[in-house]
Design a binder for this molecule. Structure first.
Ligand code: BEZ
Length: 257
């Protein structure tokens, strides 16, 4: 999901489909954790191009998808979904959903995670569930370290360019409880993730904010440098397969009746 206050991040649906289809493909365990019943009304927060949102429709649910990216919402609407452009940090739903679901989106809403959770709580009916997965503490640690080191070598401060919020379970649980939710489960899950394309493509798709801080003429060199630094740990020397060092934070919470 687009984070308005963060540096540049764009969501070209074609590029996303090429380099990031795995994000939705790997989201099914979160759908299973939510365990939606036919007829339930569900909000998919950060629905992207709707690849997972359609699963809820197939399960007989009534679904609304929201995302900050107009391009992604257009792609979701092309699937016939009720999809709306909205800032996850400023949701305006009132006690109308049985559940709020979110896969691989909450970490982009870094400006105000508490506002996100407050909006979710407002959106839920009493007893409603909030089930999601996001990048957790240590997520893409090696990639991030290599990227930040490449910027620092160029005297560019990476801190303001970081677009991600990767909390610890303790941090996120505290925020969920402060908003009135009961947390049934929250855990970090290391999930080394094979990439469909090269590390340079991952950096283009997910690291755009960092790269935006580098003069355009130097971006290819940064991607080369970062790829070279990561290859010994994240690239299979025989097959050339890249694997990203993902760590998920998965949780299930609910509003009291
Ligand atoms: C993730 O889905 O965990 C992720 C997304 C963007 C950058 C890094 C990780």
């Amino acid at each position: 999901m687009t984070e308005p206050a963060s540096p540049i991040q764009s969501w070209d649906p074609d590029r996303y489909a090429r380099n990031a289809r795995f994000v939705a493909d790997l989201g099914m365990p979160v759908v299973e954790l939510l365990d939606p019943a036919p007829g339930e009304r569900i909000l998919d927060l950060g629905c992207g191009d709707g690849a997972l949102t359609v699963k809820f429709v197939e399960m007989g649910c009534e679904v609304v998808g929201v995302d900050g990216s107009a391009e992604q919402i257009e792609a979701a609407r092309a699937l016939g979904l009720d999809a709306r452009v909205a800032d996850g940090q400023d949701l305006h739903f009132e006690a109308e959903f049985d559940a709020v679901f979110s896969n691989a989106a909450l970490h982009w809403m870094r400006r105000d995670p508490d506002a996100v959770i407050r909006g979710v709580v407002r959106a839920l009916k009493p007893g409603g569930r909030f089930v999601g997965e996001m990048g957790g503490s240590g997520n893409v640690g090696a990639i991030r370290a290599a990227l930040e080191a490449a910027l620092i070598r160029r005297d560019i401060d990476p801190a303001p360019l970081c677009p991600w919020y990767f909390p610890t379970p303790e941090d996120y649980k505290t925020r969920l409880e402060a908003a009135g939710l009961v947390v049934d489960r929250i855990e970090l899950i290391p999930r080394p993730t094979p990439l469909p394309t090269r590390m340079a493509d991952w950096l283009d798709t997910f690291g755009e904010s960092y790269l935006s801080g580098v003069p355009e003429a130097d971006r290819a060199a940064v991607k080369e440098e970062v790829s070279a630094a990561l290859a010994p740990a994240l690239r299979d020397a025989e097959t050339g397969q890249w694997t990203a060092d993902y760590v998920r934070l998965r949780f299930s919470a609910r509003l009291p009746e």
